[in-house]
Write a protein of this length. Structure first.
Length: 183
């Protein structure tokens, strides 16, 4: 059973790697960012509530993402494992997730920290050109990452769940290293 949480700054390549690995392992790739973007595109109630945060690089309120993660992990396809990408993004969400996984008997999760330096992630994000990839919004997302998300590295290291992979190498090399550390 593989249950993985991907951590890393925006532009670290965690979305791409999470997707690739999920396909190889035949388990769902659960990206909160993607779910939110899809909801925004469809203008569902969730999308309408989330859009002002996503478009300015702020975190959407915990309750919104926590509800969507709880819902997604309760689906039949998530009972044989999953890769979570973009959640948790702050300590309060990590505490929520820990409780949820205990409650649903989905423990044993491990955390992959995909590490890459700031200049590399900024260059990648500017090249990608998603709607929230403008310079100012990128800067804000990195700030939010440092303040809110980076503390999760210590949080999971303290709980002996942390694995680290160097994101500053070719896509293929990252995938290879990733498969090695989770084996
Ligand atoms: P990236 O990691 O490249 O910044 P994501 O696709 O993971 O992109 O997330 C895009 C946006 O979606 C975030 O900037 C934030 O507004 C929102 N979001 C995604 N996951 C969460 C979360 N767990 N908590 C709060 N907001 C989130």
């Amino acid at each position: 059973m593989t249950r993985l949480i991907f951590l890393g700054p925006p532009g670290s390549g965690k979305g791409t790697q999470a997707q690739t690995l999920a396909e190889k392992l035949d388990i769902p790739h659960v990206s909160t960012g993607e779910i939110l973007r899809q909801a925004m595109k469809e203008q569902t109630p969730l999308g309408i509530k989330a859009q002002k945060y996503v478009n300015s690089g702020e975190l959407v309120p915990d309750q919104l993402v926590q509800d969507l993660v709880e819902e997604r992990l309760s689906q039949p396809d998530a009972q044989s494992g999953w890769i979570l990408d973009g959640f948790p993004r702050k300590v309060t969400q990590a505490v929520f997730l820990e409780g949820l996984l205990v409650k649903t008997g989905q423990g044993g999760e491990r955390v992959v920290n995909l590490d890459a330096p700031d200049d590399v992630v900024i260059a990648r994000l500017l090249a990608r050109g998603r709607k929230d990839d403008h310079e100012e919004v990128i800067r804000r997302r990195l700030e939010v990452y440092r303040q809110e998300t980076a503390p999760l590295i210590d949080y999971y290291r303290d709980r002996q769940k942390l694995l680290t992979v160097n994101g500053n190498q070719s896509l293929e090399a990252v995938t290879t290293e990733l498969q090695k550390v989770i084996a």
